[in-house]
Structures are given as C-alpha cells and as structure tokens.
Design a protein around this ligand. Structure first.
Ligand SMILES: Nc1ncnc2c1ncn2[C@@H]1O[C@H](COP(=O)(O)OP(=O)(O)O)[C@@H](O)[C@H]1O
Ligand SMILES: [Mg+2]
Length: 456
C-alpha cells in the first residue's frame, strides 16, 4: 500500500520536478519559488496518491470477496474516486450473481443426490477400472456385501466391458443370481462421457425382474393349461363327429350313445369357459373392493336351496348352523354366491355319499381372525379329505389332487382359484383345513360393514 502510494507519488511529481529544475537552470525561476512550487505539487500528489491507493485496496478486497462466495459479506466503505466507485459496484453485482449461482448449483446437486438415493432400482457408479464409486440405498439393501460377487457375473462383466468401449448406446444384460435367493436381474449400463469429477465412468442400474418373470411364466403356463384343458374335450368331439359320419352312420344305438358323450364334452367345455371368464372378471376387479352391503346368512340360505337337488343325488344332507342374524358384509352378491357354490359343489362332489355337509355362518372377531368385526362362512364335509402336501397348492389354477376323479365329476380345476380371488377382492381370508380320511373344511372370513360410531 505504501509502495503503491510512493510509486504513484513519484510518477506524478517526476515531470514537474524536471520542469522546475530546467527553469531554475535557465534562470527563468528563482530556486526559492521552484522549491515552494515543488513542495505544493508534492503535497497535492501525495494526497491524491493516498486516496488512489486506498481505493485500489478497497477494490481488491471486493474482488477477493467475489472470488470466495463462502466469505461473509462485510460492509466496505465505497471508494472515493467516481470511476473506482463504479468498478466496485460492478464487482459487488458480479459477486452476488456468483453467490446465487453457487447456491443454485448446490441445490441441484443435492436434488440429484436425493433422486439417485431414493431411486427404487439399485444404482451403482463405476470407475474406468470398474471400482465401485457410488451406490444408492436400493443397491445397498438389495446386494449389501454381495456387490462384488454380482459384478463378477460373467454376463455382467462382458456387458461392462462393452459399455466402457462404446459410450454411445446404453448396454443391457440379463442374468440370474442363485444366492442368497434366486433373482432375475436386468442390468442397464450407461457410459458417462466426460467422466464424473470423482472418476465415475459408468452408471449401472440393476433392476430385479424376478416377480415379472415369474408372472410371465405363470401366464404362459396358464395359457398352455387352458388350451390343453379345452383341447381334450374338443379332440373327443372331433373324433365322435368323424365316427358319426363314418362307421356309426347307420347304427342308431351307437349314435345315441355317442351323442350323449358329445353333449357331456360340450358341457365340459362350456363349464371351463364359464370358469375362465369368471376368473378373469374377478381378477380385473380385484383391486377395487365391492361396496354392496350383503346379508351373508340370507345369501347362504338361497345357495343351499339351489344345491339341494344335487346333494339329494348323492344322499348328502346339508345342515346350516349359526345365528339367524349376522352383521352385513360389504360384498358383491354374485361373486359371493359363486364362492358358496364352488365350496358346496366340492363338498357335495368329493364328500362321502350318504354323508353330511355342514355350513356355518357366524360373526367372529379376533382369535385366529383379524381383530375387527367379521363374518365367518365355513363349509365342512365328511369325505376323504386332502393330504397336507396338497393344501398350499389347492387354490392354484388347474391344480387337482386327483385329475381323473375331478374330471369324472365335472370339475374344471378352477373352482378354488375363483374362491381365492373373490376372497382377496373382498379383503377377506381363506383357510383350508383337512386331514386325509377326516373330511375337509373351507373357512372364508369376510370383513363386516363397519358401523359408523353412534354418539351415545
Ligand atoms: N371338499 C373337498 N374334499 C376333497 N378334495 C377337495 C375338496 N374340495 C376340493 N378338493 C380338491 O381340490 C381340487 C381343486 O378344487 P377346485 O378348484 O374346486 O377344482 P375342481 O373341483 O374343478 O376339480 C379338486 O380337484 C379336489 O382334488
Ligand atoms: Mg370345484
């Protein structure tokens, strides 16, 4: 500062000093007058130099503050020279803009961080050397300590190699993990060009597709099963049509017999299609619970009356128990009728001929059922029952303990699958209890209509 002021002083006074000296030497100015004038010039110059040096100091401080937006804004006096004042104000404006931009940048960075961290799919950032630079929460939960093992999967390693070589198009790879649990993973790799400041070169998203793949397999199985179930009666119909056109053309007794079988097969196809349609209807509405209040007891009585003739065919007695009045449930009457029909149909079909089927409708709360008002519908028979090993799979589509027996009594293998989906749609519960040789009990719990709290 002092040096700056001295420099300025010398620069300002040099020319007048030389002029005064020349005038004294030429005898145009007395030495005394020259000295006095010089002193006046030096005094003025010194003052100006001081002001100027101070202004430069202030501007420099303003510049330093602008370069470091973190620094707290301190109040500086404005420079004294007008041009310096303008300069200082420009610097202040620039510094404010820089600070705003800085704040915006850190906000953006933080948002990015949050988005990546909360992304539902596991995400990793790898360096050029394949080292893991960053992981998000999903990646840490899904793979925890196995990330290195995952990265060693040959298919993924190849894909990473390809992605590192070719940075234009995203690379995808699919592979299966066997441990700790079997998983189907789809990896998407995106190369970063230029790399991130921390050296991140590759974004790797590992999406778990296990559920989707299982669903796809289930759908494919379902279509194959349904086609197979339809094809069997259809093949038999085609066979009999050929026979009736050919060898049996002039054989009235055979023709009558064949037409009887054909009617049975056509009826079987009809039942199968009806069940397939019910199943898809229930599935389509499964996400929206029904809203009609329904009296489960009245519904059951109606269904029992309908089933009576079929039960009589096998000399089976159906008994209804439970209180006359039960709380209403929120339901879909047609679908609940179908539940009862399918359960009673099974009880009558698979129960002991000459035996007894018991139906219970009663309000329940707590115990093995949810701790809210509900109604239990139970259908028990005294037939051969079902072995434990079959119980968990009974509600799968087309699953039958004894295919031949189910077919011979007109079963489609879809009855319990429909029951399960209807119960799910009603937000209820289905429990199957059975022991071989000791009959079977099917329990359906449905939530009761919640009474609005009445002021007392
Ligand atoms: N009450 C029952 N007693 C014994 N087995 C039963 C009973 N109900 C169902 N099952 C078994 O569960 C299987 C699936 O039942 P369901 O889905 O209704 O198909 P379907 O009756 O058309 O064969 C039946 O094939 C049968 O083996
Ligand atoms: Mg059935």
């Amino acid at each position: 500062m002092l040096r700056l002021a001295l420099g300025a002083l010398v620069a300002i006074t040099l020319a007048p000093t030389l002029v005064f000296a020349a005038l004294v030497i030429a005898g145009q100015l007395s030495p005394l007058a020259a000295l006095v004038s010089l002193a006046a010039v030096i005094a003025g110059a010194a003052g100006l130099a001081m002001i100027w040096a101070e202004d430069v100091r202030l501007v420099r401080r303003a510049l330093r503050a602008a370069a470091d937006p973190q620094a707290a804004p301190n109040s500086r006096p404005p420079p004294s020279l007008p041009q310096m004042g303008l300069l200082s104000r420009d610097i202040d404006r620039l510094s404010r803009q820089l600070a705003e931009r800085d704040a915006m940048l850190s906000r953006l960075l933080k948002t990015d961080e949050i988005i990546i961290e909360t992304l539902p799919d596991p995400l990793l950032v790898l360096g050029e050397d394949r080292a893991v630079k960053r992981t998000n929460r999903a990646a840490r939960t899904a793979f925890d300590n196995d990330i290195q093992a995952v990265l060693r999967q040959p298919i993924l390693r190849d894909a990473i190699g390809r992605a590192l070589k070719n940075d234009a198009t995203p690379v995808q790879a699919e592979f299966a993990l066997a441990v700790p649990i079997p998983r189907d993973i789809v990896a998407t790799l995106l190369t970063l060009d230029p790399p991130l400041p921390d050296g991140g070169r590759l974004i790797l998203v590992l999406s778990d597709r296990t559920r989707e793949r299982a669903l796809e397999r289930m759908r494919a199985d379902f279509v194959a099963n349904a086609s197979h179930e339809l094809r069997t009666p259809l093949a038999s119909l085609i066979g009999f049509i050929d026979t009736l056109r050919g060898p049996a053309r002039d054989d009235p007794p055979a023709r009558d017999r064949f037409l009887g079988i054909m009617a049975e097969q056509a009826e079987r196809m009809n039942r199968l299609i009806a069940d397939l349609l019910s199943l898809s209807r229930v599935e389509l509405t499964e996400h929206q619970p029904p809203r009609e209040p329904i009296d489960p007891r009245a519904l059951t009585e109606r269904m029992l009356a309908e089933m009576e003739p079929r039960a009589l065919d096998r000399q089976i007695r159906i008994e209804l128990s439970g209180p006359e009045a039960v709380p209403p449930v929120l339901g879909d009457a047609d679908q609940l009728m179908q539940v009862l029909q399918n359960l009673l149909d099974n009880a009558v079909k698979y129960g002991k001929s000459g035996g007894r089927v018991r139906v219970l409708v009663e309000p329940v709360q707590a115990g093995r059922w949810p701790n809210r008002p509900g109604v239990l519908l139970a259908v028990s028979d005294d037939g051969p029952g079902i072995a434990k090993s079959h119980l968990p799979r009974l509600t799968e589509r087309f699953y039958r303990v004894d295919k031949g027996r189910s077919r011979s009594v007109g079963g489609t293998g879809l009855g319990l699958a429909i029951v399960k989906h209807v119960v799910n749609r009603h937000r209820g519960q289905l429990v199957i209890e059975s022991e071989e040789g000791k009959g079977a009990t099917f329990l359906v719990w449905l939530p009761a209509v919640q009474e609005p709290a009445t002021p007392s």
